[in-house]
Structures are given as C-alpha cells and as structure tokens.
Design a binder for this molecule. Sequence first.
Ligand code: HEC
Length: 159
Amino acid sequence: MRFNAKGHTKRTALPWLALSLATVALLAACGGGGSGEGLDANGRPLSEGEDPSGPLLPNFRSIQSHVFTPRCTGCHAGATAPRGLRLDATNSYALLVGVSAGEVPALKRVAAGDPDNSYLIQKLEGHASVGARMPLGGPYLDDASVNVIRQWIKNGAVQ
Ligand code: HEC
C-alpha cells in the first residue's frame, strides 16, 4: 500500500494511536510510587481512591476513599474499632463482605447482591434493629450516597 496525497488509506489509524498513547500515559501516572506492598490486583495503592475529588462511584475503591476512610475511620480503626469493624483501606473489605454483623449475627455486614439484607446499609439508613445510625452522631450520608453503596452491593460487592 502506498501513501497518496489525500491520505485516505491511513486516516483511521491515527486516532487509535493517539488513544493508545493517552492510555499508556494515564496508566503510568496512576501506577507511580508503589513498592508492591499494599497494592490491589491492579497494582494501585490500596489506600488511594481513583479520584477523591471526583464523584462517588459504585465501586469499592471509590466508596473507600469517599466514605469509609474520611467518614468512618475516626472510630472504626485499630484494636478498639467498634464491634471489631475496621474500615481503613487495608481491612475494610475483608471485614465487611460476607462477614456476620456483631450486633445481628443473622445478617452479613455486606451480603453481596442483597443491599436490603446488608447490615451496613441498615446502619447507614438508620433502621438497624440494634444500636445507632452511622456515622454515629452524624452528619449522615445523603440518600444519593447510600444508593451508590447499594448499587455496589447489588452488583456483587466486588473488591
Ligand atoms: C463516632 C464514632 C463512630 C463513627 C464515626 C462511625 N461509627 Fe460505626 N459504630 C460506632 C459504634 C460505637 C458502634 C457500636 C454501637 C452501635 O451500633 O450503635 C458502631 C457500629 C457500627 C456497625 C455495626 C457493626 C456490627 O458488626 O455489628 C456498622 C456496620 C458501622 N458501625 C458502620 C459505620 C460506618 C459505615 C461508618 C462511616 C460511614 C461508621 N460506622 C462511623 C461508632 C462509630
């Protein structure tokens, strides 16, 4: 194939090349600084969300960085975490998903696929049968935020 002055034959390849380069640049920018310790399956630091200044999204990393870390770890961290529920980035997933609630052991804290029967949601909405609404003392999450967490659970509560 030879080039001609009108360039028809090669025209469609250029946007794809530009997109690929942009993707590589983006991945490089996100992946920096890791030592291999505390990284998730995608090699990103567990403690960081995708963009703390961006919107809350129905995925675990976004919920961690927008809700659990800033709103819950003041109490739910370390050896004295209420009900043993640590919500820091390193521990939260393993202590939430598929784990029985301390207050109501018949319910999972997060029952994958079933937000209504997830104790986390009941505590955030303030209708759990034991204890107070979370975050304790407020201010509470707005409905839109709770609905994003509901959506994450409904989608399978993947990490
Ligand atoms: C000011 C301290 C404080 C903050 C902040 C707080 N909690 Fe709690 N949390 C508690 C205490 C104390 C309990 C146990 C008593 C109760 O349930 O009322 C508790 C219990 C819970 C339980 C029940 C755990 C179980 O297994 O029974 C869940 C779930 C929970 N909190 C989620 C959250 C979430 C999510 C946040 C952040 C959005 C949060 N909490 C913020 C103090 C706090």
